[in-house]
Design a protein around this ligand. Structure first.
Ligand code: GP9
Length: 409
């Protein structure tokens, strides 16, 4: 209804903070590479097993980058496709299924479209078949002009489902180097895929106990980290590294049992330990940016697009992104999960049933149960955001909302 549209418009107006602080536009005009890493979880970052780092290359990159250590996984049943959708459109995944399959014909706003409007070339690549997750269609529909999938790559070393991350990233750099600048490139890795049993023996550096998925995972994650290290070296040798913002994040959890993970890292207290562990790293390397740091700000997949736009000095004003710009100072920011649970800067609200009444409110740092009243307002706000996102997707409201915005101005 018109009232609903007006209410949604109001919400977006309130959400948009127009905080053009000192970081705004620090990477103006730079190329952008977004690297979505299969099943990369935050707990492997900085982790040493038998004295050896699991992700030495990412650890090194972090020393020279912004690193978000509390970046939560906001995906749902659409797994890798949800990682892409939430990150590129700053909308929530569906409750059931994947937007990529269920609503491929709607009009979406997206990071690639926002960049195209600002003169960027847009490109994506993934080593598996383009029909999978309906990517060929959806990448185009999200504003990506050229893509490479599966057989578009030259044959090379295969690991599991397809071309190894090392060869995939290497061939992707060759292609990226030919793109007109500034470019946006979206790359999705594959080798670190569940159940992590396809890695050739010569890449294994950690001992694997018989039947331990965690041990296998540590090896494949280490392999992918090596491939990312080689990728960064190739970007440097092509002269691209110093004029490119490089954002790297994990798409979703690894499906490894928390009991196994707790043998290598400290996990929280039941029953929120598993939810709190469901974090992926976000690393943003910004050439020439001096404020490199680790941030413990609570954040998630929906925040990628607004944050990249902030760095490029592209205003969010004419866009409808539901996530938060991580470079703005906004202590009220909320990370909403698909089942209605949420994390803010001090609480974790956990609802397994999806009902607010059945939820429990925890102190985020101590895991202590709090009175529900401490979480009730944000729990309602969380539900409202999910409903809005669903309505925008299912009723294809983006075009109408955009004209509403224009009418208000
Ligand atoms: C397949 C790959 C894996 O192309 O992206 O998807 P997932 O099974 O992790 O959703």
């Amino acid at each position: 209804t018109t009232d609903q549209l007006a209410a949604m418009s109001e919400w977006f107006k309130g959400h948009y903070t127009n905080d053009k602080n000192a970081d705004y536009g620090v990477a103006k005009g730079k190329n952008v590479i977004v690297l979505q890493v299969e099943a990369l979880q935050q707990f492997v970052i900085g982790l040493k097993v038998n004295g050896q780092e699991v992700t030495p290359n990412l650890n090194k990159l972090i020393k020279d980058s912004m690193y978000y250590e509390n970046y939560f996984d906001q995906t749902n049943q659409g797994r890798t496709s949800d990682g892409e959708f939430t990150s590129l459109t700053s909308l929530y995944p569906l409750n059931e299924g994947s937007v990529y399959f269920s609503y491929p014909q709607q009009n979406y706003d997206s990071l690639p479209y926002a960049l195209k409007d600002n003169g960027y070339t847009t490109f994506s690549a993934h080593a598996y078949d383009g029909q999978f997750w309906n990517r060929k269609t959806m990448h185009q529909h999200l504003g990506i002009d050229t893509s490479m999938f599966g057989s578009d790559f030259a044959p090379g070393e295969n690991i599991g489902w397809g071309l190894s991350d090392k060869d995939f990233l290497s061939q992707s750099v060759q292609k990226i180097a030919t793109l007109q600048q500034p470019f946006f490139s979206f790359l999705i890795t594959l080798s670190n895929h569940h159940p992590y049993d396809a890695l050739p023996a010569q890449y294994k550096v950690f001992d694997e106990k018989e039947g331990s998925m965690l041990d296998r995972y540590l090896n494949t994650a280490h392999y992918t980290d090596m491939a990312i290290g080689a990728f960064i070296d190739e970007l440097k040798s092509k002269g691209l590294y110093d004029n490119t913002v490089l954002a790297i994040y994990g798409d979703h959890d690894s499906a490894i049992d928390i009991k196994d993970i707790s043998t290598v890292v400290q996990t929280g207290t039941e029953p929120i330990d598993a939810s709190k562990l469901d974090k992926v790293p976000l690393i943003i390397h910004i050439p020439g940016y001096t404020k490199n740091a680790t941030s413990s700000t609570v954040a998630g997949h929906l925040d990628l697009t607004p944050s990249i736009l902030h760095l490029l000095g592209i205003s969010e004003e004419n866009h409808l992104f539901m996530g938060n710009d991580l470079f703005e100072n906004d202590p009220s920011r909320l990370v909403v999960f698909r089942n209605g649970s949420y994390a803010d800067q001090s609480h974790y609200f956990l609802t397994l049933s999806g009902s607010i009444q059945d939820g429990q409110c925890y102190d985020l740092s101590t895991d202590q149960l709090q009175p529900n009243s401490a979480c009730s307002a944000n729990a309602e706000e969380a539900r409202k955001r999910l409903d809005m996102s669903d309505l925008m997707i299912q009723a294809n409201l983006m075009p109408r909302l955009k004209s509403e915005e224009t009418a208000i101005k």
